[in-house]
Write a new protein. Structure first.
Ligand code: ADP
Length: 504
């Protein structure tokens, strides 16, 4: 088998010759071409044969009419009555008597030429005599092996009453057979040339068609994890292969993005984790070498604890997101009065808002009941509120609105701030994992860029939608649509039902 193994220039990838696309394409092409040629040949050969035999039959029928005119019976013996001085009649006579047989009604031969060739037995003669008209019989071979078409039937003499005799005459089919045979030979000969030629053509054409596939495979082979930005150049033919190349390039681009994201993420995570770790280490070292009183030790420990807290929250966020994205986080859905939850969370954010002199208000239309996981909805709200407060300067405002949406199926939750806003070029990416906008004033990046990806995951997991509108320097509005719970059979948990109407 090794002899038939074809190597496409790629060491790892061997394509067995007979299983290769090129062989299969060329083979199918040659096979169907041969089939077509053979079918055409058979069809035309058959038509020609029928046509030529039809001609012979017509001549035979004319012969039959002439023979009946030439044969006379004298004393129950047949006589060929023709003018021996007329060259035409002589010619007709010799054609008619070339192959013939005359018998009496019992099948006794009276006159014949090449009698055995016709090989009629008495029974067959009787059967034909019983027929009302003469018939053309299937071709028979004579003693020389030549095929003849035979017409046989009844002739009557002048006796009163007339007596029946059996007459059979034949015409050779040799000429038409020769013509058909010759045509068949020529056709087969031309097939012997055409089929190998067409197979060769199929082989060359399929080779040319597949050549770009091989170069694509070659190019793909050269792409590795570290050069994912490398593209296979499109051929510009606009064909299926170009579509394949395009899809392949898009796939590598997506993979490249993911790789880049993972790489950035590792850098970000190590950076994020390093800062509090360095701080803890510093505080502990300072305490170890300089602290003397229990208060100084306590201060160092409190500071270190704060940083440990920060570390834990980063790790928690990462863990949560990876659980959410790998489908391990199962939602505990219950019937929830969203108004009550919103008021609770807004309440919790009043202190940080006041610290930044930000007015935090909520306006709630009662009756926004959804089927949701309370913990996740609270997480969603706190992520959005903490962002709103974080990115809104002092004396700004943050407003939360909950009410009916345009569609009766949804409730609409809006969180709007008068903060720094998001530049249009960053807007499409803010829900991406690890995407953070650099602060233009401090030129620093804060956070891990996980908050909004988590928010969007929560919204999607509840069958909702989220969009954002923002103008740099004017503020940002997040709008979330969550499906209402239409089924009143779900009980509302007691703690979610206890809510206030509005809060300023
Ligand atoms: P992080 O957890 O680091 O804040 P997020 O995913 O919550 O990350 O937010 C991504 C980016 O979106 C942030 O870096 C910030 O620049 C921008 N952003 C989010 N919310 C707001 C907002 N209310 N106003 C302005 N910018 C915002």
């Amino acid at each position: 088998m090794a002899r038939f193994t074809r190597v496409f220039g790629i060491p790892e990838m061997r394509v067995a010759f007979f299983r290769g696309l090129r062989f299969r394409l060329a083979f199918s092409y040659a096979f169907f071409f041969t089939l077509l040629l053979v079918a055409i040949g058979v069809f035309y050969r058959q038509s020609l044969k029928t046509q030529l035999e039809g001609d012979v039959q017509r001549l035979l029928e004319e012969d039959w009419g002439a023979a009946k005119g030439y044969i006379k019976f004298v004393n129950a013996q047949p006589l060929w009555d023709y003018d021996k001085s007329d060259a035409e009649e002589v010619a007709t006579y010799s054609q008619l008597t070339h192959l013939y047989l005359i018998t009496d009604a019992s099948g006794n031969a009276l006159a014949y030429d090449d009698y055995k060739s016709l090989s009629f037995d008495a029974d067959e003669i009787k059967r034909i005599l019983a027929l009302p008209q003469a018939v053309v019989l299937p071709p028979r071979r004579d003693t020389d092996g030549e095929l003849n078409l035979i017409m046989a039937g009844k002739v009557l003499d002048d006796h009163k009453p007339p007596r029946p005799y059996f007459l059979a005459i034949g015409r050779s089919l040799a000429d038409s057979q020769r013509t058909v045979g010759q045509l068949t030979r020529y056709y087969i000969l031309s097939l012997l040339v055409l089929i190998p030629l067409s197979s060769l053509l199929g082989w060359v054409v399929s080779g040319r068609a597949l050549q770009p596939v091989n170069s694509v495979a070659q190019a793909a082979q050269n792409i590795t994890g570290s050069n994912l930005s490398m593209k296979i150049p499109p051929r510009g033919a606009g064909d299926e292969l170009d579509r394949l190349i395009d899809s392949f390039n898009r796939m590598t681009a997506r993979l490249g993005d993911s790789f880049e994201q993972i790489r950035r993420f590792s850098t970000d995570v190590s950076h994020e984790l390093r800062t509090p770790l360095t701080a803890i280490r510093g505080q502990l070292e300072v305490a170890l070498f300089t602290a003397e009183t229990p208060d100084q030790y306590r201060d160092a420990m409190v500071n270190a604890l704060e940083d440990v807290e920060r570390l834990s929250s980063i790790v928690r966020a990462l863990l949560l997101l990876s659980q959410a994205e790998s489908g391990q986080l199962v939602l505990q859905k219950a019937r929830l009065d969203l108004g009550a939850v919103v008021l609770d969370v807004v309440d919790q954010f009043q202190i940080p808002a006041q610290e930044k002199s930000i007015t935090l208000t909520a306006s709630i239309t009662p009756g926004s009941v959804i089927l949701a996981d309370r913990i996740q909805i609270e997480r969603l709200l706190s992520n959005l509120l903490s962002n709103a407060i974080k990115y809104t300067p002092a004396r700004g405002g943050v407003e939360v609105r909950l009410g009916p949406a345009d569609s009766p199926v949804y409730v609409s939750l809006e969180i709007e701030d008068t903060g720094v806003g998001i530049a249009p070029e960053n807007l499409p990416h803010i829900f991406d994992r690890f995407y953070r906008v650099r602060n233009p004033e401090t030129n620093r990046i804060h956070g891990l860029g996980l908050g909004l990806s988590f928010v969007s995951w929560i919204v999607e997991a509840h069958g909702g939608r989220i969009d954002v509108a923002s103008a740099a320097g004017e503020g940002t509005r997040f709008r979330i649509l969550l499906p209402r719970d239409a089924d009143a059979s779900h009980p509302i948990p007691a703690e979610a039902a206890a809510g206030k109407d509005s809060l300023h």
